[in-house]
Design a protein around this ligand. Sequence first.
Ligand code: F6P
Length: 328
Amino acid sequence: MKIGMLCSGGDSPGMNACLRAIVRTAVSNGHEVVGFMDGYEGILRENFYIASIGTPRFLMRSVSGISKMGGTILHSSRCPEFATEGGMKKAAGILNKLGIDALIPIGGNGTLTGAHELCNYWDGQIIGCPGTIDNDLCGTDFTIGFKTAVQTAVDAVDKLRDTASSHHRMFLVELMGRHCGFITLYTALAAGCEVACVPEYPLQVEDIVQKLDYLKELGKSSIIMVVAEGYHEGVVALQEKLRNAGCPFPMRAVVLGHLLRGGDPCPEDRLLATQSGHLAVRAIENGQTDQMAGVRDCVATLCPLEEAISAHRVIPQELIELLDCVSQ
Ligand code: F6P
């Protein structure tokens, strides 16, 4: 079979490990693998990654050493043209012309939504891999890149705690996650933050100030509040609202932003990516399509794309309560 692969949407640490697993699993079993550059745009532009001298065909050795590399060797993009019916039909025609039998898109909710919709226009097999730092896909315990992003955020917050303690300050730290608060909540618990503002459990400014007053009474001399992006229009706006509402600490604001997308993948993300990429190829060999290759309870598991992208991933209430308890 001829298998195409691509990375789309926000890149994430571990995507290269996934690409490596796809190539090693497929090529060792006699399949041909090519990589499209810049996500779905690479299909529309017939833009291939040149994997070996003068050819886009990946060899076993083409992916040596990339597991530890952040980013993606295929690069990535967001492709509005692909998201149209005309774009999907154009992509389907190109995939047929190129003799592609199966496609493995690696990406987040937007990427896998596009993959699910492409199934309506193309008869080839499609198996997606959950590559995003947001952890906003169902059907897999974690997404590729999430744990590395949390590690990066925790390292940054640990450093901010040093200076916050020295100056008796409160830091508002904005973290990525699009519409999902997992990075923010996991970072708060791991880094010992006092407050986490996540879209799933919105807090009123007055309630936050009331909690800060309580923490000050308990003798807290520094505060780290992590804030999911887009919450109250971001940390600078939230800082002003808190100041106007009587926040009892001097404040500084930090936006970690795309820092969370970089860095070498942690071992867990490399393992998750490898399991996912391997399963994607095995699923194609077994005639599966319109599925996501995730990992649940340490076992590589398929999930219908419609299920993976449909529901908003629920943040466990007990983690919110845990933070409230241990942050006092
Ligand atoms: O989906 C991953 C992500 O990093 C989100 O957390 C963030 O909101 C978005 O991508 C940023 O997109 P861009 O890299 O296009 O600015």
